[in-house]
Design a binder for this molecule. Structure first.
Ligand code: NAP
Length: 243
């Protein structure tokens, strides 16, 4: 059986692109969504027209119960999970002093707790198989910090910390854990950026262009089949962060 891959937040943006392309490449894809049921169904239907079946599964991955239901569904159907892609996330731009407790909690729950819960529930099954790969979609802002996105930056830095710690703990069990830290990618998440904002970002980017979800998917495809990379935070950002 080809690899079984869960992609969280796969109804739109980067996650959708990952799920679509992995399915086209013959992997068994479980595309998670939360609110965007129609988009998720559209993804499934588009693939079906090409003779490709995927599962779509509604779960709010910031809730432990929903995560358990998602993981149980996959294990019942496929008996194993080869790859987990923790992609679901939200962003918010606010002055530090305007961030409410609710904003902070929602940011942590959606971007960080989700990856923690998903990884914990999935890794038990990977340990049994003595193999697996977890890919966390963090952000360049977890590395550099972003003004007016302190809570987002904290959550993404937390993800990268989790990546490194898990890589150490589970390396001996043949489970690889890596982060991909995207730069500015053209998705709904950046709908609040106007033409002027994009121009500025492009000017600051050595490759002088904005990112596309497929740029992230290419790295994912490589990471899925790689066998000697773990604990890394891989920047896919046109060079905007050069460390
Ligand atoms: P997007 O277009 O806004 O899509 C976000 C996806 O996350 C949607 O499919 C959404 O599903 C899902 N999601 C949100 N909360 C969820 C929850 N509680 N449970 C399950 N799914 C949930 O964003 P994107 O640009 O593709 O971003 C994907 C990831 O890349 C995020 O983690 C983001 O932080 C990271 N990233 C993006 C950029 C960028 O420039 N775009 C840069 C760096 C990092 P529903 O609509 O179904 O709820």
């Amino acid at each position: 059986m080809s690899k079984v891959i869960i992609v969280t937040g796969a109804s739109r943006g980067i996650g959708r692109n990952i799920a679509y392309n992995l399915a086209v490449n013959g992997y068994n894809v479980i595309a998670n969504y939360n609110n965007s049921e129609k988009d998720a169904q559209k993804l499934k239907d588009e693939l079906k027209m090409q003779g490709i079946e995927i599962d779509i599964f509604k779960a709010n991955v910031s809730k432990r119960n929903d995560v358990q239901k998602l993981v149980n569904f996959v294990i019942d159907k496929y008996k194993k999970i080869d790859v987990l892609i923790n992609n679901a996330g939200i962003a918010q731009s606010k002055l530090f002093t305007d961030i409410t407790d609710e904003d902070f909690e929602k940011m942590m729950q959606t971007n960080l707790y989700s990856a923690f819960y998903m990884s914990q529930e999935v890794i038990r099954h990977m340990v049994r198989e003595h193999k697996g790969s977890i890919i966390n979609i963090s952000s360049m802002y977890g590395i550099t910090g972003a003004s007016c996105e302190v809570h987002y930056s904290i959550a993404k830095a937390g993800m990268d910390g989790m990546t490194k710690a898990l890589a150490k703990e589970y390396g001996p069990t043949n489970i690889r854990v890596n982060s991909i830290a995207p730069g500015a990618i053209d998705t709904d998440m950046n709908n609040d950026l106007n033409e002027e904002d994009w121009k500025k970002i492009i000017e600051e980017t050595p490759l002088m262009k904005k990112g596309n979800p497929i740029d992230i998917t290419r790295c994912i495809k490589w990471l899925i089949e790689d066998e000697f990379t773990t604990g890394q935070v891989i920047s896919i950002d046109g060079g905007i962060v050069i460390r």
